[in-house]
Design a protein around this ligand. Structure first.
Ligand code: ZN
Ligand code: ZN
Length: 228
């Protein structure tokens, strides 16, 4: 459970771990201007669509989201709560960074993020030197400008060189994918060059430290780089 204060009534509400998981995904979709679609949530969370529908109804009841002809959107209270969840998650990733491989940080932080108090959160924030992004390069809430100059890998042409900066939150959900990226050094801070783009094959091949790595566009769309 995480306590979040209702902005209108000033009451503190408790949010279950399940709803915190929904909040963080809905936050990312809303922040990026993507429609919040139940079937997409079901796929990302690994649950059945009727389960998602039932949980979204609870979130409407708790004044975290609205659902109407304009789609599904966070309320002010929903935004406030999801920012807390995201920030705690990202701080937990940094906390585990010296202990675990990069590809395991997200799933481990996912367990820990629900247990941290507001006091521990602010102490950790200071101790970590107020990071602007998580170890995957995703922005902490309010730090979006830190990532705005990074471009999608898919925007690059053959021969262009760039530094990998960010693996999008929605790709963090896939542990096998993170393991593959880590094994091939497709991680933030590493320099790469675009070797080959095959639109008919939906692939892009990059070289990382002389080694070619072929990525499907479905994966490459989640990778952002800083052009050199
Ligand atoms: Zn994460
Ligand atoms: Zn992360």
């Amino acid at each position: 459970m995480t306590n979040v204060t209702n902005l209108e009534t000033n009451e503190t509400i408790e949010i279950s771990e399940t709803i915190q998981d929904y909040l963080s995904l809905i936050y990312v979709m809303e922040r990026d201007g993507e429609p919040v679609i139940g079937s997409r949530l079901a796929e990302l969370l690994g649950v059945k669509p009727p389960t998602v529908t039932a949980t979204l109804k609870r979130m409407v009841r708790d004044d975290l989201i609205t659902m109407d002809e304009n789609g599904t959107h966070l309320t002010d209270q929903g935004w406030a709560a999801s920012k807390v969840v995201m920030r705690r998650h990202m701080l937990m990733e940094w906390m585990m960074q010296k202990t675990l491989p990069w590809s395991k940080l997200h799933s481990e932080a996912h367990h820990l993020e629900h247990a941290i108090s507001a006091m521990a959160e602010s102490a950790l924030m200071e101790q970590l030197g107020r990071p602007q992004t998580c170890p995957h390069g995703n922005p902490l809430p309010g730090c979006e400008s830190a990532v705005e100059n990074w471009v999608p890998l898919l925007d690059l042409a053959v021969g262009e060189i760039a530094t990998i900066r960010r693996i999008h939150e929605l790709a963090e959900e896939n542990t096998d994918l993170l393991g593959y990226l880590e094994k091939n050094l497709v991680i933030p801070g590493v320099q790469m060059e675009v070797m080959e783009i095959l639109p008919f094959n939906q692939t892009v091949t990059i070289s990382v430290g002389e080694k070619p790595v072929t990525l499907g566009n479905a994966v490459a769309k989640y990778i952002f780089v800083e052009q050199i």
